[in-house]
Design a protein around this ligand. Sequence first.
Ligand code: ADP
Ligand code: ZN
Length: 432
Amino acid sequence: MEHRIWNPTMECMPRDQLRALQDERLRDVVRRVYENVPFYRNKMQQMGITPMDIRGVCDIERLPFTEKQDLRDHYPFGLFAVPQTEIVRIHASSGTTGKPTVVGYTGGDIDRWAELMARSMYCANIGKHDIVQVAYGYGLFTGGLGAHYGAERVGASVIPISGGNTTRQLLLIQDFGSTALCCTPSYALNLAEALQAEGVHHTKLKSGIFGAEPWTEAMREKIEEMLGIDAINIYGLSEVMGPGVSVECMCKKGMHIWEDHFLPEVIGPDGHGLPYGEQGDLTFTTLTKHGMPLLRYRTHDLCTLTDEPCECGRTHVRMGRVMGRTDDMLIIRGVNVFPSQVEHALLQVEGIVPQYQIVVERSGNLDTMEVQVELSPAFMSDTVKDMEALEAKIVNSIASHALVHATVKLCQPGTLPRSEGKAKRVIDKRQL
Ligand code: ADP
Ligand code: ZN
């Protein structure tokens, strides 16, 4: 397989050189936040350290963590490290889990983001010959504009259609001959379904860059098969930059974190860094951001890292799939369940499609979980349908893959709500 690399000097830099660069950039960002952000200066003073104490990555654990709550406490602009006159863009998280968090970018930040998204486009084999349909939402959410600037940077023809309006999405895929699609995996599945429903079996699509929400390997296979594309996983969060913090290469074996810009750590329950291979809370220090640099930002996304060499030639560490952030984890009668485990369980069973919703309730002192999932059109057209057997299969699959007992409600095709951006998988009635 041929691997196209946007910036070989940086992406394939020997790890000792990369570390030296990180050391230098870490010293720089620590100095910048100490001088310009009272929150960090106070924290560091309380801890009895000054920028002089940080020699490089080896001293990372001496620096304070940053939590989402710290961003909320300084809402909206309190953590910016430059005067407002230098801020050229403001984004905010969609507030999936509470009040939005706000991020500011300088012109340089926007330029670096476009560069990293350009690297990411090349990772998915997208270049100037491509027509890129950006179906991530444009707006305060970072997905749309993030993908847009990256696709332009590699010279692709960008269609800034934004999320939603599925009928129009299908029209443009066919009439404009889009070769690449950028959106959430749940929306990619919806578009794939809608194409099939219209009897469209061939398009020019060849690759997709999907992220912004958890998805499974089984979902990848499903989307790849339905759309006839390579489906590449991309990760990011607005606080740290937006999409393009990490992305898979065509090897599809974990997402390369752009380590010349972001210093990752995986933190264990005791608050200390874990070695490669162990699962913990992914934490980032931004090395080159000027508008709103963050030290040791706790994403609460659980994952593992590996520094094993990748066949593509890039040297940057890879992170495994994120099951979901710890806030998304459900606790059902004492068992920890991630919606993505349920997704994996559902994709093992024939006769249904991975359109699902999880409803959690409390009856008396007991939590109950109901998984609503749609029957596949193929199952519906079968003359003999054994609904009970199918239901039992699903219950068993959930029990063995998510280790929890759930009741299952089979729904008619097309009846569950369709997502146009991040899918809402869980309805937790216990909090109502
Ligand atoms: P919000 O916090 O409002 O949801 P963001 O778009 O910043 O807004 O969300 C970032 C979060 O989305 C990440 O912390 C992570 O939990 C999730 N996420 C992003 N990309 C992926 C991905 N490829 N796989 C799994 N989760 C992802
Ligand atoms: Zn690779």
